[in-house]
Design a protein around this ligand. Structure first.
Ligand SMILES: N[C@@H](CCC(=O)N[C@@H](CS)C(=O)NCC(=O)O)C(=O)O
Length: 210
């Protein structure tokens, strides 16, 4: 048995997909927040967060795993949230990469864009990035039968990450992804939001505000 600690600032950011996977798998975890970042930064594999601290109770070994994509894939494999078929798994991976490209743009807009430049940059993002995101993801979803799953027939980490990206998009620009504007993507959102364990998490105090 292992115990897990999600190490990140007290917000969703790049840690939210990690928390969502643990929640979907029904695995208990703790959150750890930096208290002295300049001192803590050099202790991390790449000087960045998120990290997952894994304590193996049997071997008494502790591993600090960094890079959000590696953490998510490790947990998804460990807790059976990946497609079994290699091609379905690869399609899911490609959707993850595309989704994270958009999430990274959102992070840049929210946290790294000067306040006075934000309205114009958000408008540019809305015109230049959002339509391509909806179009590309819709095509993959439709090819798989338009049932909220990108490849194969099982809910995996990629639908969970897409749910999170949709949530980020709708927080940045309310009404971007809805049943009307992007019906295929909205099915992904609803499928994940109605998963019993995710539903309980979303309503719980464990979910961070921002
Ligand atoms: N590729 C990394 C990026 C991690 C990253 O950029 N982390 C930021 C916060 S979201 C960070 O640690 N910033 C503080 C620093 O670099 O000192 C991942 O996906 O985990």
């Amino acid at each position: 048995m292992a115990s897990f600690t999600v190490y990140y600032w007290p917000g969703k950011g790049r840690a939210e997909n990690v928390r969502l996977i643990l929640e979907a798998a029904g695995v208990p975890y703790e959150n750890k927040y930096p208290s002295d970042w300049p001192a803590e930064k050099p202790t991390l594999p790449f000087g960045q967060l998120p990290a997952l601290i894994i304590n193996d109770e049997k071997t008494k070994q502790t591993t600090t795993l960094a890079q959000s994509a590696a953490i998510v894939r490790f947990l998804a494999r460990k807790f059976n949230l990946v497609a079994e078929d290699p091609l379905a798994a690869a399609i899911a991976d490609s959707v993850w990469e595309h989704t994270i490209e958009v999430s990274n743009k959102i992070i840049r807009l929210v946290w790294l864009t000067p306040k006075e430049e934000k309205p114009a940059e958000i408008e540019k993002f809305k015109q230049e990035v959002v339509p391509g995101f909806i179009k590309a993801q819709t095509a993959i979803l439709e090819k798989n039968g338009n049932n909220g799953i990108y490849a194969g027939n099982k809910l995996t980490y990629v639908e969970i990450a897409a749910y999170n990206a949709i949530d980020e998009l709708n927080t940045l620009i309310p009404g971007t992804i809805t049943a009307t504007t992007a019906p295929a993507l909205w099915k992904v959102h609803e499928l994940v939001a109605n998963d019993d364990k995710i539903k309980a998490y979303l309503a719980s105090p464990r979910r961070h505000e921002m």
